[in-house]
Design a protein around this ligand. Structure first.
Ligand SMILES: Cc1cc2nc3c(=O)[nH]c(=O)nc-3n(C[C@H](O)[C@H](O)[C@H](O)COP(=O)(O)OP(=O)(O)OC[C@H]3O[C@@H](n4cnc5c(N)ncnc54)[C@H](O)[C@@H]3O)c2cc1C
Length: 537
């Protein structure tokens, strides 16, 4: 197909955290990326205060791993108390989560965004246009034209092969797609207070939820040197009454925080909502982040869900642009991500319904049940159901007869430290990003030349894992030592001798033997679809 030249391979509308990560992922792979962002400068105040282990892995891959220690700190513990101060729930947040990084990192969002923006400034393929608002979009079938509007009234048209709306909860791109929204009907107003204490103070627990029906409230770390307090609007109180500096200080006093020992960086009443878009792709338009899902912050998942979206989307866009996959691969993006995001929304709403209980009788019943449950260990299946780390339930995976993933297909592959020769560190650093064929033996030996060539074209790294304790100096080409003992147990536990891992760290599938591996490679080839002829740019 003959196509018109474009200014960019991908145009991103919105340079919030999700647009920033997507820009790094795509420009880092060499694609010409243009970002159109409405505001001249970044938003200086935090919204999110935490990301999980998978979020940290994604940020590290985007190039800011070395900065995470200064932007954030391990979240530590998290306790829910009732109005009487009894512990309803206590979670010791693990220092090492599934992706190697802490299970949760508390962070200061302006510092995170500054690090992402600085990383982007070093990428020659990335052009960020600030102070212009996207106001019109036309999908021509082979390209998309986006019109932006500058404050001086001038307009210009940017042409790109694909457009991704990372433009937040009131997304313009979403309106252009014209999708229906599903609204879970959850709506509560909370006063958010971001505070810097004049002197360091140790909080035990570090993160506290007080389930007091008269005023549910929250005290959490917001990254090194920062704290966040949140207060729900009480019955009979208006948003205007709550949204004042006087209210903020009056409520902060409950935590011994006052103008004498703290600076109130900002206060603002947010209305928490739970919604998601039904359509995430229409032609060459795609949505990611808050543009296609919003959720109350009780599970700390809104931004991280957006990071998962773009990590899923960016390798697919890369494959389509490169011509190693057909455009229909992009349809697997909503198929995979929407159920995942819906799970995070429902999880957040379920937590919110417990926390935001203002009926004293219902709160007393809740306390009784939770106090009794706190005595009992949580069954593994229930704990997994409550975790934000969910396997993919469909999409580009090794699917069985009933269309369900065949384990380990869809599972987030854990990350541990590995070593090879003189190199040691996290798997992603030592091995690199992209498709990985992870195996306990020489998996390639059993593959046909055509299969090998196919994997080579995808840039697949063939990695044979050597047992923990092996001298890394004995590791040959393509071999790594399983320093933390993560990979061989993972292969064994999933009954695989080899696992084909996608660039977003989810398993495409596993094989128990050579015949199984050939079948797996064939499934991936079919799933990627007919390679497109790369169009002229
Ligand atoms: C109080 C609170 C606490 C939270 N806590 C957490 C937490 O702990 N962990 C977590 O993961 N998430 C949390 N969240 C959610 C998180 O803040 C959001 O999910 C995240 O900021 C969304 O990022 P985004 O990039 O998708 O959208 P945004 O941050 O909204 O960025 C969208 C960008 O698009 C730009 N834009 C919009 N329209 C246009 C246009 N037409 N043209 C050009 N530019 C445009 C905007 O100016 C903006 O810069 C919290 C949210 C709140 C409110």
């Amino acid at each position: 197909m003959h196509t018109q030249p474009t200014d960019a391979d991908v145009l991103i509308v919105g340079y919030g955290p999700v647009g920033q990560v997507l820009a790094l992922q795509l420009a880092g792979r060499g694609w010409r990326v243009t970002v159109v962002e409405r505001w001249r400068t970044g938003y200086p105040m935090p919204r999110a205060v935490a990301f999980d282990s998978e979020g940290a892995r994604i940020l590290a891959a985007a190039g800011i791993g070395a900065r995470i220690g200064e932007i954030g700190e391990p979240s530590g513990d998290y306790t829910w108390e009732n109005a009487a101060g009894q512990a309803l729930l206590h979670i010791d947040v693990a220092e090492r989560g599934r992706c190697g990084w802490p299970e949760s990192t508390s962070m200061y969002q302006p510092a995170l965004e500054a690090a992402l923006v600085a990383q982007g400034a070093g990428l020659p393929e990335l052009t960020v246009i600030r102070g212009e608002e996207a106001v019109a979009i036309t999908d021509h079938g082979d390209r998309v034209d986006v019109t932006s509007h500058a404050p001086d009234g001038s307009r210009r048209v940017h042409s790109a092969r694909w457009v991704v709306g990372c433009d937040g909860a009131n997304s313009f791109v979403r309106r252009a797609i014209g999708t229906a929204m599903t609204d879970l009907g959850f709506s509560h107003d909370w006063l958010i207070c971001d505070v810097v204490l004049h002197e360091e103070r140790v909080f035990r627990p570090n993160n506290l939820q007080i389930c007091d029906p008269h005023r549910p409230r929250t005290s959490v770390s917001a990254g090194p040197g920062h704290r966040r307090w949140e207060f729900m609007r009480a019955a009979g109180e208006t948003v205007e009454e709550l949204n004042t500096e006087e209210s903020a200080w009056r409520l902060l006093k409950l935590f011994d925080v006052h103008p004498g020992n703290a600076t109130l960086e900002r206060f603002h009443v947010y209305s928490f909502a739970a919604k998601y878009a039904e359509t995430w792709r229409s032609g060459r338009l795609l949505l990611a982040g808050d543009a296609c899902h919003v959720m109350p912050p009780f599970a700390g998942q809104g931004m991280t869900a957006g990071f998962r979206d773009v990590t899923n989307l960016s390798w697919k866009l890369d494959a389509v642009l490169r011509g190693t996959a057909g455009e229909e691969l992009l349809d697997s993006y909503p198929v995979e991500r929407r159920p995942h995001a819906k799970h995070a929304i429902h999880m957040s709403v379920n937590l919110g319904r417990i926390i935001c209980q203002t009926d004293p009788k219902a709160a007393a019943d809740r306390d009784m049940v939770m106090l009794a449950a706190a005595e009992r260990p949580v069954p593994a299946a229930a704990a997994q159901q409550r975790s934000p780390l969910q396997p993919l339930s469909g999409g580009l995976l090794d699917l069985g007869g009933k269309g369900r993933p065949v384990r380990p297909a869809g599972v987030l592959v854990p990350q541990g430290r590995v070593a090879a020769g003189e190199r040691a560190g996290w798997f992603d650093e030592v091995v690199g990003e992209g498709f990985v064929l992870l195996s306990a033996e020489d998996a390639v030996a059993g593959l046909s030349e055509a299969d090998r060539e196919f994997l080579r074209r995808l840039g697949t790294r063939l990695v044979r894992v050597l047992a923990q304790g092996t001298d890394p100096r004995t590791a040959g080409e393509g071999e790594v030592v399983d320093t933390d003992g993560v990979y061989l147990p993972f292969l064994a536990e999933t009954g695989s001798t080899a696992v084909l891992v996608r660039p977003d760290y989810y398993a495409f599938g596993g094989a128990a033997d050579r015949a199984g591996l050939s079948r797996l490679v064939d499934g991936l080839r079919t799933g990627l679809g007919a390679p497109a002829v790369p169009s002229a740019v």
